[in-house]
Design a protein around this ligand. Sequence first.
Ligand code: GDP
Ligand code: ZN
Length: 459
Amino acid sequence: MNLDSSPIAAIATAPGRGGIGVVRASGKNLQALIKALFGETGLKPRHATYIPFKQADGSIIDQGIAIWFKGPHSYTGEDVLELQGHGGPIVLQILLARVLEAGEDLGLRLAEPGEFTRRAYLNDKLDLAQAEAVADLIDASTEAAAKSASQSLSGAFSKTVNTLVDSVTNLRMLVEATLDFPEEEIDFLEKSNARGQLKGIVDALEQVFKQAAQGALLREGLNVVLVGQPNVGKSSLLNALAGNDVAIVTPIAGTTRDKVTETIQIEGIPLNIIDTAGIRAPDEAVDVVERIGIERTWGEVGKADVILHLLDADHGPSRADENITAAFPAGVPVLRIWNKIDLSGHKPGVDQMDDATHIYLSAHEHIGIDLLRKELLRIAGWQQTGESLYLARERHLIALKNAGAHLERAGQHAAQDDQSLDLFAEELRLAQVQLSSITGAFSSDDLLGVIFSRFCIGK
Ligand code: GDP
Ligand code: ZN
């Protein structure tokens, strides 16, 4: 990967055909590029100019809008040139090639993936969490996910995290100042209400973690695997949950030959549902081809967040079902779904029995599907709250968790029978490093700046 600071250019719009396509360039100084492309008069910053895009020999490639954002007032913080032309893959390729040629003397090169946003981060246009939110907004698979990504992008998550960092920093600053004056250490914890402050931070952190963990659900969704004997109603259940006909439902056993994945959403949470081919216990395969298929299916089962084991409520479980149950990986929650209650006469409902959750429903008649939806949300850990959610990434959750662990240890060092202020301060520092890693803003110089600017050490 080439990540030097030379100017970069790329097609910014999605591949394929569209009404508009954009070629974008970014660099510290793009004046020469603009002149090479549009002549001596150049472009007026932040004005849309309708202008022909020409080859070096004067022939016209396309007509479109050119906008020059003079740094630092741009997405990347550098000069940015945007050429909006017609959105055809070939015409955009030609335009990009022309831009690269015109910028050759400047060292203009093709951008690496994410490099525009990386520069925005390096130039302090966005912090790390916001830069990540750009990608999350683009990748969002549901409306709810898009909404919380745009929240994070606007800086709401970063602001919350920064507030936590500030509280930890303030407390640490207090402690460290005391460490330099040993006579003041005595009773410091009491006088400064350090324990109370710490508790406040721990509570706030817990709240942020909750909002981030819920947001992470919106981002990652839940991987659900549907298993069960041929003809038990897996495809019908998938259809009932999805609300449209994605899988083939037929009365002939074994029609679902390969896996079908469908992403549906329940209250905005994406559920990636995999409808497996009629599964058998791993050692029951009859031939090589079947064994490969079965191994693949068990591979999916092992990666699932929840297994939906479909059983026939009318016929009861078969030997094969019992073998499948015995082979389920430990630790993955299983919902036993008794389908076809319209035939068996069971009432729709949820039952806890033998350490398992049993749900009675009819996929075909759409009876009891809501019970299953609710159960899936419960397993996902979804709690509907009025609070805004942060579309957090695993990295953020880990950092929040680690910070929580350091704060807990800080609390232990602040206990009556311990009171090791230096260790207390050290744990606060570690918590601060973890939290700061979320926005990528940590530097110990920052901390020193805060200490000296806000605290009168010579008092
Ligand atoms: P799969 O092989 O497990 O995917 O099963 P399908 O979804 O293809 O269903 C097999 C057959 O059972 C089809 O004829 C469905 O219409 C039927 N079926 C599925 N669910 C129900 C149900 O709840 N009640 C009844 N009576 N039939 C069902
Ligand atoms: Zn099927």
